[in-house]
Each structure stands twice: as structure tokens, then as C-alpha cells.
Design a protein around this ligand. Structure first.
Ligand code: ARG
Length: 568
């Protein structure tokens, strides 16, 4: 599709003798379309050209010939406002919609590898609402990168290793026969975990026994390994229920344990740098000089490794195996320090600069329930599977009230309920804490998943009522030049650019926001215009625009992990 921004940049470049690519980066899209479709801020050139912005604006305007696709240019202060020929834009957009089945798909990422580390719940602990956020954000990024042509590798870096297993093994040894872990693994293991933590608090000897268990597990002790495998298998079976509901898929399930035989290399490399130092019996890397006051612990006093060591081994492995351009880690902001340390120590591993630059922590805010934050140790957790079940239940109830004769109510309730939860996780900028409140999430009129689905269903019902889809070449483009239609056209035009912005900022909420804007634009168009029943030419044009809107809404929602019902 024609890139208007680029076209404008070229014209400005010709008029100023400056670099087009740089100028393109300055171009803005005005919030209010009264100020044009694109605006060029001339104050960005004031220093270089040693002139006042309005003077520059005038000079540039003089030199640009008004011709397709530009309709007019206006000066406002230091800005040059460009207006694109409406019909030209509309034609471009609709043609692309017709030709490209996967509208907005691109090849710009070809040849680049993106590793995304997300979800990563911990074995023998509940899959909680924070992991849901990681799963949802990670999957959205995965889908969007893939759609833009990148080679994506989704990794579920399961928490299947670490000192907590020493604790669980100890608890299981002591009271295993009191709990039915086959029947209800996560709940029963959580109970054991809470109980052993209590015991550790009271008795240092028990804590030491736990630590030894983990060391034994690392050394391959058959009893410890056997119990560990059992916990892992049972837990994964439970997690899978949640993944099935969400539709999550991963390319790799290499969790922390996968790196158990790959950490010695990390320790050796670090040893050789001379930076690995002994501190109270442990081996650490001091990061004071790098501006991080807490050292990174590589090996504990009893010789066992840490979460950080496993992440370092994973970086080595991923660089070699996937030759990544970016390696994203999607976790809550509670792990900011951890990743700062790990990324800093990674510089000592002797990897190519590219791999260090590619490391990025994609952090997100906490999910707050009306009852406050959740933690496993105190046992106050909301289980995700129950939460998703409740979402579907509530969606079903709403559907029952609004449209009791609907077919496939169960299926629609699943799409709406799960879609609502997913959208809520992606609705706002990821660093923000999120409040989980049922009434907001499921409000069909709010800025929610169900609102987008509802808008899509509206487009479907218009098309059904019409009973035909007009041919694009027969459409009179001038019937779509009103503000309501144009607002939609402009949004559809900017879809691919929106996806690119998501990958520039690792921020799926940019797409969520976009889908809300598109839904609102369609609602206005729908409320202000008659679609069916106008003269045939207007009707055809509006039906085609309705179809186009539905197509983009569906593709966009799918990229976020949300499925669209045809009716609701
Ligand atoms: N299992 C960890 C947790 O639940 C998240 C792991 C994130 N990935 C990583 N490579 N450290 O907090």
C-alpha cells in the first residue's frame, strides 16, 4: 500500500535537501484531523537551517507542488499540515482489504529471530493471575511479531527447579501420605509447601535439610529426581487445562531444569573473567561499579545454583540455538532487579554484542484484586482455572439475559468470557497495575473485549441483512468521503503501522487501544448513517466499509488472542 508518510517526507526532502528517512521520523499524525492527516513540525529543522519555524514552513510550502496524493497544505504556527486526497486514500485502503486476505501482514521482519520467554508458571504452585498476564502479553507479542514476518520462538521457561523443590521434597518425605497429590496435585502440593515453610521458620535444621535436598536433586540423587519428576508431570497436566482454555501454544518447554547440566560452563566462563568472587562461602559477581548495589549470586554456600545462573545458561543456549535478534522476557516488574543483574552479568559471557543488545525485560504491573495482592506462601491465591470458568459463567449469564434464543450459547460464552479476561490484561499500558473487577471487564458498553466483539457482531449482522457483498470495482468511492467513513478509513489504513508500533515498544495495548478506536469509529458511523436502505450506490459503499471494518477487527482481535463470535 502506498506509504503517505514516506511520500510526504520525500517531498519535504526535495524542498530542503535533507535526508528523507530522518524527516519521515519527524512526521506526526495530528490528533484532530482538522489539522490535516499528517503534520510536519518545522521547529525540528530550526537549528539546522538557522531560521524561525514559520519561515521554514512557508519556504517548504512554496516549493511543494500540490498533486496527488496531496490535496492541500496549510501552515499552522511552525507546522505544515498535509491533507491527503480522500478518494485516493479510500481507494488504496479498500483495494488492499480486497487483495490481502491477511490484511496488514508484512515481511519486514524476515530474517530476524525473536525469542519470547513468557508464561513460565512454577511447578507445584498454582498458575496464578500474574502468570496469566505474562501468558497473554507474551502470546500477543508472539502473534504480532509473526504477522510482521519475524521468526518467533515462544518459550515456556517453567519454574521446575530451585530451592523450593528441596522444600517440597522434604515436606513430601515427612507428610506425603497425608495428602492426595494424584487427585488434586497443585492444591495438595501447595498445602505441603505452606506447611513446610512454617516448619522452616521454626526450625533452622529443617531449612537446611531442604537446601540439601535441592543439592541432591542437582547431583542426580534417584529418590529426589523421582519425586521431582512426579511433581512436574502432575503440574503440567494441570497447567494444560488453562492453556487449553486460552489457546496457548509454545515452541519450547525448556524450563529451568533443562539448564541443570549447562550451568558449569557459565561458572567456568565467569571464573576466567576474574570477576567471580567468594563471599561468605557463596560465589557472587559484584555489580556495584555497574550501578547495581545488590550482587548477583551465582552459586550458593552449599554449591547449589540459582535462578540467575539458570537464566545465564539460558542466554548462552538461546544465542547459540536461535541466533536471536531480540530475546524478550515477559514477567511482572517484581523481577526488574533480577533481569538487570542477569543482563549485566551476561556481558561477561563472551557473547557477540548483538545478543547483549537484544536482551529485554518486558515488565508489567501487578494484578490487584479487591482483596489485595496474592502470594503462594500465605496461601491466599486466586486460581486461574477457576477464574476463567467464572468468566465463562458470567458471560453466559449476560448472554442469557440479552439474547436467550442464541444458538451455541456455551461456545459464545467461552469466546466472550475468555476474550474479556484477555482484553483486560492488554487494555492498558503494561507497566500499569491492573485492577481485576468483573463488572468492568464484562461491560458490553465499556472499553472491553466484549465491546469489540459486539461491534464485530454488528458488522456481521449488517452483512447478513444485506445478503450480498458488492464488488469493489463497482463501488463509488465518493460515497465514502463523509467524516464518519473517513475516520474508519484512516484507522484501517494505519493498521500495519499500529502493529509495528507494538513491536517498537513491546506494547500490545497499542493494538487494544486501536481496536477500541476502530469500534468507536464504526459505532458512530453506524449510528449516524443509514447503511441499508439508502440509494444503491451509497448502500453498496457503506456495506463494503462495514465488511472492511469487520475484517480488521477480527484480525486484530485474533492477534491479541481473542476469538470473535459471529453472533452474541
Ligand atoms: N517462573 C518465574 C516466575 O514465576 C518466571 C520465569 C521468567 N523467565 C525467566 N527466564 N526468568 O516468576
Amino acid at each position: 500500500m502506498i506509504n503517505f508518510k514516506e511520500e510526504i517526507a520525500k517531498k519535504v526532502a526535495k524542498a530542503t535537501d535533507l535526508d528523507g528517512k530522518t524527516l519521515e521520523g519527524y512526521i506526526e499524525i495530528p490528533k484532530d484531523s482538522k489539522n490535516g492527516d499528517y503534520a510536519f513540525p518545522c521547529f525540528r529543522l530550526a537549528k539546522e537551517l538557522k531560521k524561525a519555524p514559520p519561515v521554514i514552513a512557508n519556504e517548504i510550502k512554496e516549493k511543494i507542488e500540490i498533486q496527488e496524493p496531496i490535496e492541500k497544505i496549510e501552515i499552522a504556527g511552525g507546522y505544515l499540515n498535509f491533507y491527503i486526497d480522500k478518494e485516493r486514500l479510500t481507494k488504496e485502503v479498500l483495494k488492499q482489504i480486497e487483495e490481502q486476505e491477511n490484511y496488514g501482514e508484512s515481511q519486514i521482519g524476515n530474517g530476524k529471530n525473536i525469542v519470547i520467554d513468557y508464561s513460565a508458571p512454577n511447578i507445584a504452585k498454582p498458575f496464578h493471575i500474574g502468570h496469566l498476564r505474562s501468558t497473554v502479553i507474551g502470546a500477543a507479542l508472539y502473534n504480532i511479531y509473526q504477522y510482521l514476518g519475524y521468526h518467533t520462538i515462544g518459550i515456556n521457561h517453567l519454574g521446575d527447579y530451585g530451592t523450593q523443590f528441596g522444600k517440597l521434597i522434604e515436606g513430601y518425605k515427612r507428610w506425603g501420605n497425608e495428602y492426595d497429590i494424584e487427585k488434586d496435585p497443585i492444591n495438595e502440593l501447595t498445602k505441603i509447601y505452606i506447611r513446610i515453610n512454617e516448619a522452616c521458620k521454626e526450625d533452622e535444621a529443617i531449612l537446611n535439610a531442604c537446601r540439601d535436598n535441592f543439592k541432591k536433586l542437582e547431583d542426580g540423587d534417584s529418590y529426589c529426581v523421582e519425586i521431582w519428576e512426579k511433581f512436574r508431570k502432575l503440574s503440567l497436566k494441570e497447567f494444560q487445562k488453562v492453556y487449553d482454555l486460552l489457546g496457548s501454544k509454545f515452541d519450547s518447554w525448556n524450563g529451568e531444569a533443562f539448564y541443570s547440566d549447562k550451568m558449569q560452563e557459565v561458572i567456568d566462563i565467569l571464573q576466567n573473567t576474574g570477576r567471580l568472587i567468594e563471599s561468605q562461602g557463596a560465589k557472587i559477581i559484584d555489580l556495584e561499579e555497574q550501578g547495581i548495589s545488590t550482587p548477583c549470586i551465582i552459586q550458593k554456600t552449599n554449591g547449589s545454583t540459582t535462578y540467575a545462573t539458570r537464566d545465564l545458561a539460558a542466554i548462552l543456549y538461546r544465542a547459540r540455538t536461535y541466533d536471536y535478534d531480540k530475546a524478550l522476557y515477559v514477567t511482572s516488574y517484581e523481577q526488574i532487579l533480577h533481569f538487570k543483574q542477569v543482563f549485566e552479568v551476561a556481558k561477561l559471557l563472551g557473547l557477540d554484542e548483538k545478543y547483549i543488545k537484544g536482551l529485554q525485560h518486558v515488565s508489567f504491573g501487578m494484578v490487584l484484586l479487591p482483596t489485595g495482592k496474592m502470594s503462594t506462601r500465605e496461601g491466599n491465591v486466586v486460581k486461574l482455572e477457576e477464574l476463567l470458568e467464572e468468566a465463562m459463567q458470567r458471560a453466559k449469564q449476560i448472554i442469557e439475559e440479552k439474547n436467550s434464543s442464541l444458538e451455541n450459547k456455551e461456545e459464545v460464552a467461552k469466546k466472550v468470557g475468555i476474550g474479556a479476561v484477555i482484553f483486560n490484561d492488554l487494555a492498558n499500558s503494561r507497566v500499569k497495575d491492573e485492577i481485576f473487577d468483573w463488572d468492568t471487564i464484562l461491560n458490553f458498553q465499556g472499553e472491553t473485549g466484549p465491546y469489540i466483539q459486539y461491534t464485530y457482531v454488528r458488522t456481521k449482522s449488517v452483512l447478513e441483512k444485506a445478503g450480498y457483498l458488492p464488488k469493489l470495482e463497482e463501488i463509488k468511492i465518493e460515497k465514502l468521503t463523509d467524516t464518519y467513513a473517513q475516520n474508519i478509513i484512516k484507522l484501517i489504513y494505519s493498521f500495519e503501522d499500529t502493529l509495528i508500533q507494538v513491536t517498537n515498544k513491546e506494547e500490545p495495548s497499542i493494538l487494544s487501544r486501536y481496536l477500541i478506536d476502530l469500534s468507536k469509529a464504526f459505532s458512530s458511523f453506524y449510528n449516524e448513517n443509514k447503511i441499508i436502505g439508502e440509494d444503491k450506490q451509497t448502500q453498496d459503499a457503506r456495506i463494503y466499509l462495514t465488511y472492511s471494518t469487520g475484517k480488521v477487527l477480527k484480525i486484530g482481535a485474533k492477534l491479541l488472542g481473542i476469538n470473535m463470535p459471529d453472533k452474541m
